[in-house]
Design a protein around this ligand. Structure first.
Ligand SMILES: O=C(O)C1=C[C@@H](OP(=O)(O)O)[C@@H](O)[C@H](O)C1
Ligand SMILES: C=C(OP(=O)(O)O)C(=O)O
Length: 426
């Protein structure tokens, strides 16, 4: 799909899409609970649908109704099929692999698109320590695993991604007793806070110390229950930036007390000088004169794309830290942002972990590529609002990974969007 976004002022109100990070965790917790859980405001992005499919293939019974999803699990006793497919979701594969390994069945774990080139070496280093047999294609998919996982005191490296730890925590929650996971150099810490919060909502308590030690005391069981998926700060960040650069927007269903790391977009907007009115569950942003800012996105790497769209509209050079966290996302995002914003006339320098965005120089209408990365497509669409001519985003269907409603939401707040189906280029 090719989408053309025309420059123009925006103004409108919209409800944030459901968070895929929260939804995927809830699906895993519901799978591990005995009984029926009800997930309200469920996410239906590709990553969420992949999580539901994996949970079903691991033995959950799933019933989708108009406004909620019922997931019936059988506790830590899974009933897996021989192969599961995590779609394109990094969190999906890194969370469900240790969970699937609770079973003694041998299971092949697969995925597609960018997931096939993302690193999974971690599992080969760590899972054998928990008595799991594992093989992969040189650290890449497909993985073949055979459990059952025996929780032990282990020390892991958290510097590449927090998602591996999320998976271990979720799996340990179902079976662990008197053991500790120790983590060195953990990045994306707020995502672990989100995992622990979700586990607690499903009845599992973990004693956490400085995000370095995670202690499981007495054996516990996930408890089925009702869970409402929060609005997604990661997706909403694009709408809030759109408002800051091109008009005004009111976004509902955003919890400013959320554990989601990407609510940090509010700090960046404030630093840039945007007009900001955060309420408890609604955020209103409006355009102001914007200035360049410094921001450390090491623990909220998914904010890079909206931050670049913001910085492109700020007078001066914005410095964003955390580029090293971007190499293994759906694309190598430091480079893809440099390339695509470069086409729109915005110069970006990459110096090690630091990104410099030279903003306020004017955004040019042109054709850009999503690189099949949802957040690159959305960042370019937001940049288009203040360009000197329409921007055409190629392979824009990438948004379906996290935020299928994105272009409708952009239209709802006044964006001029034209979608055209194109023959598949991949
Ligand atoms: O746990 C999660 O829901 C996520 C964790 C982050 O990954 P890293 O821990 O690899 O930074 C983030 O980039 C990803 O989109 C979602
Ligand atoms: C990197 C992302 O997701 P994941 O790692 O779960 O594929 C993302 O949503 O930007």
């Amino acid at each position: 799909m090719q989408v053309t976004i025309s420059p123009g002022a925006i103004n409108g109100t919209v409800t944030a899409n459901p968070s895929k990070s929260a939804m995927q965790r809830a699906v895993a917790a519901a799978l591990l609970s005995k009984g029926t859980s009800i997930i309200r405001n469920p996410g239906l992005s590709n990553d969420c649908l992949a999580a539901l499919d994996v949970a079903q293939k691991l033995g959950a019974i799933i019933n989708r109704t108009e406004d909620h999803i019922e997931i019936t699990g059988n506790g830590s006793k899974l009933n897996p099929e021989k192969e599961i497919n995590c779609g394109e979701s990094g969190l999906g594969i890194r969370m469900f692999t240790p969970v699937a390994a609770l079973s003694e069945q041998s299971i092949t774990i697969n995925g597609h698109g960018s997931l096939t080139v993302r690193p999974m070496n971690f599992f080969e280093e760590v899972l054998p320590q928990l008595d799991i047999k594992i093989s992969s294609r040189e650290g890449k998919l497909p993985l073949n695993i055979q459990g059952p996982l025996h929780p032990k005191n282990i020390t892991i490296d958290g510097s590449l991604s927090s998602q591996f730890l999320t998976g271990l925590l979720m799996a340990y929650g179902a079976v662990a007793e008197d053991v500790t996971i120790t983590v060195k150099d953990l990045k994306s810490k707020p995502y672990i806070a989100l995992t622990l919060q979700l586990m607690e909502q499903f009845g599992i308590k973990v004693k956490e110390e400085n995000f370095e030690k995670f202690y499981f005391g007495k054996r516990q069981q996930y408890k089925a229950g009702e869970y409402t998926v929060e609005g997604d700060w990661s997706g909403a960040a694009f709408l809030l930036v759109a408002a800051a650069v091109a008009g005004k927007a009111e976004v509902h269903h955003l919890n400013t007390q959320s554990a989601q790391s990407d609510k940090a977009i509010l700090e960046a907007l404030e630093k840039a000088g945007a007009g900001l009115l955060p309420g408890m569950f609604t955020v209103i942003v409006e355009k102001n004169k914007l200035q360049a800012f410094d921001f450390d996105a090491t623990d909220c790497p998914d904010l890079f794309p909206p931050l670049v769209a913001l910085a492109a509209n700020c007078e001066g050079t914005t410095k964003i830290l955390g580029v090293n966290r971007l190499a293994h996302k759906e694309s190598d995002r430091g480079k893809t942002l440099q390339q695509e914003f470069g086409k729109m006339g915005i110069a970006i320098d990459l110096h090690g972990d630091e990104m410099l965005v030279h903003g306020g120089t004017g955004i040019k209408g042109t054709t850009v590529s999503s690189h099949n990365d949802h957040r690159i497509a959305m960042a370019c669409a937001v940049a288009a609002l203040t360009a000197d001519a329409p921007v055409i985003v190629e392979d824009a269907e990438a948004i379906n990974k996290s935020y299928p409603e994105f272009f409708e939401h952009l239209q709802k707040i006044g964006g001029i969007v034209k979608k055209e189906e194109t023959s598949l280029t991949h």
